[in-house]
Every structure is written in structure tokens, then in C-alpha cells.
Design a binder for this molecule. Sequence first.
Ligand SMILES: *[C@@H]1O[C@H](CO)[C@@H](O)[C@H](O)[C@H]1NC(C)=O
Ligand SMILES: *[C@@H]1O[C@H](CO)[C@@H](O)[C@H](O)[C@H]1NC(C)=O
Ligand SMILES: *[C@@H]1O[C@H](CO)[C@@H](O)[C@H](O)[C@H]1NC(C)=O
Ligand SMILES: *[C@@H]1O[C@H](CO)[C@@H](O)[C@H](O)[C@H]1NC(C)=O
Ligand SMILES: *[C@@H]1O[C@H](CO)[C@@H](O)[C@H](O)[C@H]1NC(C)=O
Length: 408
Amino acid sequence: MYILISPVLCCLWVSSVCGGFLEYNQNVLVPHDWKDVGRVSPEEELRLTFALKQQNVARLEDLLMKVSDPDSPLYGKHLSLEEVSRLVRPSAESQKVIGSWLQRHGIRDCHTVHTQDFLQCSMSAEQAERLLPGSRFHRYVRENHSVLRSSAPYSVPDELHPHLDFVGGVHRFPPEAQDLTHGSTKSQRSEASLHLGVTPSILRQRYNLSTSDVGVASNNSQAVAQFLEQYYHPADLSEFMNLVGTQGGGKAGLEASLDVEYIMSTGANISTWVFSNAGRHESQEPFLQWMLLLSNMSDLPWVHTISYGDDEDSLSTAYMTRINTEFMKAGVRGISLLFASGDSGAGCRHMGQENAFRPSFPASSPYVTTVGGTSFKNPFKLTEEVTDYISGGGFSNVFKMPDYQVNC
Ligand SMILES: *[C@@H]1O[C@H](CO)[C@@H](O)[C@H](O)[C@H]1NC(C)=O
Ligand SMILES: *[C@@H]1O[C@H](CO)[C@@H](O)[C@H](O)[C@H]1NC(C)=O
Ligand SMILES: *[C@@H]1O[C@H](CO)[C@@H](O)[C@H](O)[C@H]1NC(C)=O
Ligand SMILES: *[C@@H]1O[C@H](CO)[C@@H](O)[C@H](O)[C@H]1NC(C)=O
Ligand SMILES: *[C@@H]1O[C@H](CO)[C@@H](O)[C@H](O)[C@H]1NC(C)=O
């Protein structure tokens, strides 16, 4: 289904630079549902994201573990965005090296974030292809969506490697949403539709939430982040809230606003934010875009729920390692991130003779809370709650078991 691009192989493809691959194991194959409609013209505008190497990442991890550990004197002593910035901000040298590299290529329209570890720059396709030898930008379409991505791996000069983690907007395609209504087979879908009998009022009963169990603290907050097709419609939400007042409705929940509707009925009377990437630039990665936003906002909701996941083996180690650092930056501020575990059980990656488990990322990250699914034996009644058989699981093939799981 996909191939690992080895640096050696890449060198055959890219004659000008050798060994310059930050993301040597990034899957660059085009997912089957996206159609290549041709190379973009040289003047086409791209907006790429440069992930600058951060400082003190080990110290950040140590602090995260302490503020999260009830036995630590630092428990709950979360950092502000300003404090996180001071800790991880790239060195002056890194900022200078990356800045002058971009300038040499005539790239000047750049925006940074509060933590200064991301730069987002606009440039023409021609400039981008010169900046990143190997890259060749094409337009790809899926239904009504269009993205610009490179059909071949990009490289950067070796001397930049100590200063750059990866370049975003070149390879990863927006994934399909992971939720039960989007099961990957017909039988999963019809199975999922049965579960629509589990309305918020059934859930509130199941978890013994009475009408007085609503959020009362003024600083409570929660958020849902949705990418690509997952647009939230205020009209859907109010229709849903009306429907679920009367038992057994839930039809509106079939649409994309499912996450918003359920969080707002179980976390009742709590201000709810919705992060959505509607209308963003077609060369951006929606998930990465949301990560940048977290590094650029000092006041954020405390709890975020995100139904996003990619096969772990389709992503470069460089990318996942950096995204983990972004999760640590959020966690040390006291922000909880909940990710869907996926709907393929432990997953299976077919590799001829030997198959391997296929966990989903960010579900496999040690720095987020991964949430699986349960269902009721009789979906329309408050019957015994069982693990949903498609609920994702498994262990990371990339990250080691975190210390906090050792004694479990
Ligand atoms: C981060 O926020 C600042 C101030 O609001 C803004 O000027 C900048 O463009 C933002 N950065 C990005 C990458 O959007
Ligand atoms: C795509 O666009 C067409 C025409 O504008 C519209 O009828 C259709 O519903 C759209 N499909 C999606 C998935 O948005
Ligand atoms: C809800 O209350 C019932 C009856 O008091 C109890 O048996 C059950 O364990 C409670 N469920 C939860 C999730 O607390
Ligand atoms: C909802 O929260 C607000 C504060 O944000 C509070 O004033 C109000 O009493 C709460 N409503 C209920 C029903 O508890
Ligand atoms: C929420 O507000 C209460 C009352 O003002 C305060 O005691 C508490 O520390 C706040 N919690 C957070 C996480 O800010």
C-alpha cells in the first residue's frame, strides 16, 4: 500500500543534493482517493511551514512529567505560554541560519508564532522548488477539496539540519476523519448507525448525570478541533439540541457536528470552542495549522477533543517527534488533549509474509489521552456497556512505553 523512501533511493531521484532528507521515512505516495490534476504553474502561491529546532526539549519533558504527577511538589504548577516560549524558543543561531536561507531565495513574507519555533512563509511554487530540491508541486483533488503537494521527496542543504525539524505543507494529505459514522467498510457503517440510539440523554443516564450536573465554574472550557470536511454548522447544532431534548432523535448527529453536539450535551453549560480549518490555504496541513494556533494563543480552552489520526507508519519520525514536543508544550500549560483511538482495532499493515500492527498517530503519542469507544449491548436501551469491537488500540512502533505506564 505504501513504500518507505530510503535516503539511498532518494539520492537517485534528487541529483543536486544528497543526504539532505529531514523526513527520509515520510510516505510520499498519494492516497488513492486524491486525483493528480497536474503540475502547478511556477507563479502559484504556496504557504509552507518551517519547524525550527527548539531548545530545552528534555527539560520541557521533565517539567511536563512533574506538573502532571500528583506526587510531585510541582503538580498543577502549569506554565504560561510566555514561560513555554522562554524555554523552547530556537537559538539565535538557528533563527539566523533559517532566516538568511529563506532570504537568499527571496522569501520575505513570513509569520512567526509566539514561541518562535514555527515560521510560515508564502512563496511561489518556483521559489519553493528551488528552496527544497527534489520537490515538484502538483494539485490534487478529492470531491470538492483541492490541495497542493509535492509528488517527490524534498531535501534541504545539510548545514540546515541542526536548525530545522521538517517543512510542512509538502507531503501529508488531509486524512479522513475518524469517527464511528465514517467506518471504513459498509458493515462498520451500518453497525455504527445502530449506535445512534445512544443519544446524549442516554449517556447522561448511563453516567448518572442529573440535571444539576452541569458546569458551574466560570473558567470551565472545552474545545473540539475539526479538519477538512468536518465543518460544524450552528444550524445543525440547534436542530440537534432540539431533537435530543426528546428521546431517540439523534439524526442530526449523523452529520459532521457529532463531536460538538456530544461534548456540549455531556459537558453541559461549559463554554465550547470549535476550531475549524475551513477555507485555509490549500498548501497547508490542517492539523499542523491547529498546532501552530496553540503556540500562538495565550488563552485556550482546558480540554480539546480531536478526531484526527493517521497511520503511524505513514508519517516521518521527524514529524511525529516534533508534534510530540508540541503536545508537551500544551500539556505543561495544563491543556488536556483527547484523541480518537481510531476504528481498526490494533490495525494491520500488510507487508507480504510478515504483517505488523498499525497504530494510529497521535493516538500512539505518550503525551496525549487516547480515547476508545464503548457501546451498549442493546443500543437503544441502558444495557451492559461493552468495548466496541472496532475501537482502536495497540502500541506504538516508534515511541517507547512511557514511565507512567510501567507500573500499570
Ligand atoms: C501569530 O499571532 C500574531 C499576533 O496575533 C500574528 O501576527 C501572526 O501572524 C500569527 N502567526 C501565524 C503563523 O499565524
Ligand atoms: C460539491 O459541490 C457540488 C456543486 O457545488 C455540490 O452539489 C456538492 O454537494 C458538493 N459536495 C460536497 C461533498 O461538498
Ligand atoms: C450509577 O448509579 C447506579 C445506582 O446507584 C450505580 O449502580 C452505578 O454504578 C452508577 N454508575 C456510575 C457510572 O457511577
Ligand atoms: C451556567 O454557567 C454560568 C456561568 O458560566 C452560571 O452562571 C449558570 O448558573 C450556569 N447554569 C446552570 C444551569 O448551572
Ligand atoms: C478557576 O477559577 C477558580 C475560582 O476563581 C480558581 O480558584 C481556580 O484556580 C481556577 N482554575 C484554573 C484552572 O484556572
